[in-house]
Design a protein. Sequence first.
Length: 285
Amino acid sequence: MKHFPLFLAALFLLPGPALFSMNWPSPSGVMTRNFGWNDGGGPHLGVSFADNGVLAAVEAGELLFKHREGNTASRLPSPLGAWVALDHGDGLISIYSRFNNASLSEIPYRVEQGAVLGQAGISGWASQNGFYFQLFDRKESRWVNPSVIIRTMNPRIPVITQVSLMDSQGRLFNLAQTSSITQGRYTVLVNAITGPFNAPLAPFRIISSLNGAQAGALNFETYFVRDGSLVVYRNGLIPVRRVYAPVSGYEVADVWLTRGQATLEIIAQDISGVTRNVVHRFTVE
């Protein structure tokens, strides 16, 4: 199976600054949740870090908004705590949140790349010191995976921990423990991470093939807002509720199984292009 090169695809898909011209807000932060992670039935729309250091502008831009926690005048919800938004032109916005509330600096209207914005903290819905970083493309109305345009220095090896089939009644069949299954329509549910196990992250892409033909390709590049709803690309744009089950993992394809021998292959891909696959063979009765 041939796969379109990740970064070549990103050149056509993403707006704004040139690929890899941005920097991460902090060089000391440890990534704890990445873009696309299953947050109990919905996607993580940015990257969360554990950190105690200062946060800097990822690219030159203009101050769009600054919010200190406890500022009730704006009447904005407070999950992000203390946060800052910068406009980088061509519709691309960077959002930095969960600052130490008291550390937010006096930010000028024009911000240079690397300018200090404040210090990572524990505001909003944060449970530990750190920050939450997001990129939003207003022109296309979509959330953008920061790792596509900010170089990830430490690639992680993908691990496929479980592949299951879910029938119309919600029953799960772990294919590592199933040698036969009745014919019918099923959803392919994949638990996949990039390691290590003590700090797992979501993969960048999951591809499912049934009997040699691609059945589904889930891409964690962008999440679009369409008619007030969040959609993700899986062989076309579909609502995230059809991908993010309340159980862990991702629904990567809907398949129809007919009688005979079946071969299901799952490929998980890291942002750097490293892939791992598993193959399950079973009988459809």
